[in-house]
Ligand binder design. Sequence first.
Ligand code: HEC
Ligand code: HEC
Length: 269
Amino acid sequence: MPLLSISLCAQLPSTPGTKATIEASPAAIAGSKQDPDAVARGSVLFKEKCGGCHGMTAKGTNKAPDLVRSLLVLDDEKGLLVSPVIRNGRPAKGMPKVALSEPQIGDIVAWLHAQTFSADHRNTYLFLDALTGDAKKGEAYFNGAGGCAKCHSGSGDLKGIGAKYDAHDLQGRWLQPRAGRGGRGAAAKAPITAKVTLVGGKTVEGVLERYDDFTVSLKDASGEYHSFSRNNGIPKVEVKDPAKAHTDLLRKYTDEDIHNVTAYLSSLK
Ligand code: HEC
Ligand code: HEC
């Protein structure tokens, strides 16, 4: 079953008359804090250059993945993670290098952000269904196909989580433990760490504070802060995210899995 509420609109035929309903609304564009003009230009570019594979609303087709649900996009604050993929493609995996200028890439990224913002907000509808899930099936998925039990336990680390958060918050937390809430830095229970290898071979390891094409900053075990400029991928940075399984799983869940798992977690009082 496709992702229920988010894809409802995407299932409409993409004729010009329905455009307004399948795209981020003006309110969503404002909420996403993107420049409306950039979003409008990005929309045209995306349809022309990317829509044929990723779908006109970026919800994916059998040729290319859903970008709205892609954590790469959801987690990408300034296009720093997405832009290199657009700039270079992943030719070996079927994602071509598309000839675009940097401002055009910026426009597409702005449009993607408006789309993900509006999808996130439609989670409100997804949430209405969250409690209609089947907790028993959710538990089976948790211990079985979902592989959640490899890292968590309903009677251990997640005990009482259903009492701590309402279903909506809970759903957001397990779908994207790193989204918002400062889940990336030192505040996280299992923070993202990085190992930086300097040109001379010296390495510095610690909790990742900031990472983009130009800078990497981290705090080492003694609490000391280190920041390095990056140029063409130098120094080398290896990032380790203990919650990476969540990123990988995000593309595999069906709506039913999502509702069932949320119902199960809600029952862990
Ligand atoms: C010929 C089909 C095709 C076209 C055209 C295309 N893509 Fe892709 N794209 C793919 C495939 C296939 C993948 C998955 C590659 C992989 O598995 O790493 C992908 C992956 C991506 C990803 C990474 C998603 C993730 O979660 O890792 C992004 C971002 C992306 N494409 C954006 C774009 C944008 C923006 C355009 C237009 C400028 C575009 N693509 C055009 C086929 C296409
Ligand atoms: C490879 C290990 C791994 C797997 C598999 C995994 N998780 Fe997680 N999960 C983590 C880590 C690490 C965190 C982040 C903990 C932190 O830093 O706060 C996390 C966070 C969470 C949280 C948020 C807890 C909180 O207090 O906010 C929930 C809920 C959760 N996971 C549920 C699940 C479910 C459900 C599945 C299966 C669909 C799953 N996890 C699969 C490692 C994993």
